[in-house]
Design a protein around this ligand. Structure first.
Ligand code: SF4
Length: 329
């Protein structure tokens, strides 16, 4: 059996502060297979971006991976030396961020940036690398790529810049792409194009994608599976169809209210009262209990662990086996 492109096992990320150690990521485990898109969703502060940064080894002090393991295609990478991790980041893991200008240097032509990246990670000559860069620009939907390759980033629209960043991420044929809110800054119609593009490229290149977003609608469009995070932990994970159709965790049910339907019919506008807790004040027991309409006594003092229920895994006492307490009505 081939190893998953990405495997997290009991990942723990802590931040040392004057008030003590804060757990930003607490015992998170999941896999992403080759060619699979895993959506990681949750409100701001859920830990989804920190999870992505942990995978690519970019947690800045005073944060650190304090436990667990990260494996890329079967190789453990969380314990690599900084230099070795830098090479993994460029070659084996591609990155796409919300703002394309995070990845593009405004002072260099996009072609120079693509050619340099290709030549860093391959043995192609300058001419062959330029040819490859033009092919990549064409593949991500840039028209007249042999002319646009000599343009500067500011000469591209936001959506086109994000396409260039996707081409940049693909330069070294990575095993994994981490895309953090890649469409949030774009117009709705452009968002749909970028989503379609990412989905097609993941399929065609066999690249695993970890898509970090707060937007359940984007996840429903593109992802094969979805991991819902809350207060640094996994609340629910499973095939996107199952989680969207039959969310098991009360927090996921609340997030589902954020998916509009095209005709408005069937849109569920459930508001989740309250806000994501700060890392300094994670509630005891189930961290969601102060906001949960179904909380009962056990939720306040016992932390639920992820359990398989239907085709999902869910961390909620409502799905404990066997039930020993009735939930409050
Ligand atoms: Fe709600 Fe309790 Fe389930 Fe947490 S464990 S989501 S508080 S029912």
């Amino acid at each position: 059996m081939t190893a998953p492109a990405l495997s997290l096992r009991h990942l723990q990320v802590d931040f040392a502060t004057r008030r003590g150690t804060l757990h930003a990521i607490d015992d998170v485990s999941f896999d992403i297979a080759r060619g699979e898109i895993l959506g990681v969703v949750g409100e701001s502060g859920a830990g989804k971006t920190v999870t992505g940064l942990a995978v690519i080894g970019l947690i800045d002090p005073p944060g650190r991976i304090s436990g667990g393991e990260v494996h890329l295609s079967g190789q453990r990478i969380d314990n690599l030396a900084p230099e070795a991790m830098r090479a993994v980041r460029g070659r084996r893991i591609g990155m796409i961020f919300q703002d394309p200008l995070t990845s593009l240097d405004p002072l260099y032509r996009v072609g120079d940036q693509l050619v340099e990246t290709i030549r860093t990670h391959t043995t192609l000559s300058a001419t062959a690398a330029r040819r490859r860069a033009i092919d990549l620009l064409a593949e991500v939907g840039i028209t007249a790529p042999d002319r646009r390759i000599d343009g500067y980033p500011h000469e591209f629209s936001g959506g086109m810049r994000q396409r260039v960043v996707i081409a940049l991420a693909l330069c070294a044929e990575p095993e994994l792409i981490i895309a953090d809110e890649p469409t949030t800054a774009l117009d709705v119609s452009v968002q749909a194009q970028i989503i379609t593009l990412l989905k097609r490229l993941a399929r065609e290149h066999g690249t695993a994608v970890m898509l970090v977003t707060h937007d359940m609608g984007v996840i429903a469009e593109i992802a094969d599976r979805v991991a819902v995070m809350y207060a640094g932990r996994l609340a629910e994970i499973g095939p996107v169809r199952d989680v969207v159709r039959q969310p098991l965790h009360p927090y996921t049910r609340g997030l589902m209210g954020a998916i509009p339907t095209l005709d408005g019919v069937g849109a569920r506008l459930i508001q989740i009262p309250g806000a994501m807790p700060r890392l300094t004040a994670i509630p005891s027991g189930c961290a969601f209990h102060p906001r949960c309409p179904l909380a009962f006594e056990r939720c306040r003092h016992q932390r639920p662990e992820p359990r398989i229920a239907a085709r999902q895994a869910v961390a909620c006492h409502l799905h404990d086996e066997p039930p020993t307490e009735d939930p409050a009505p």
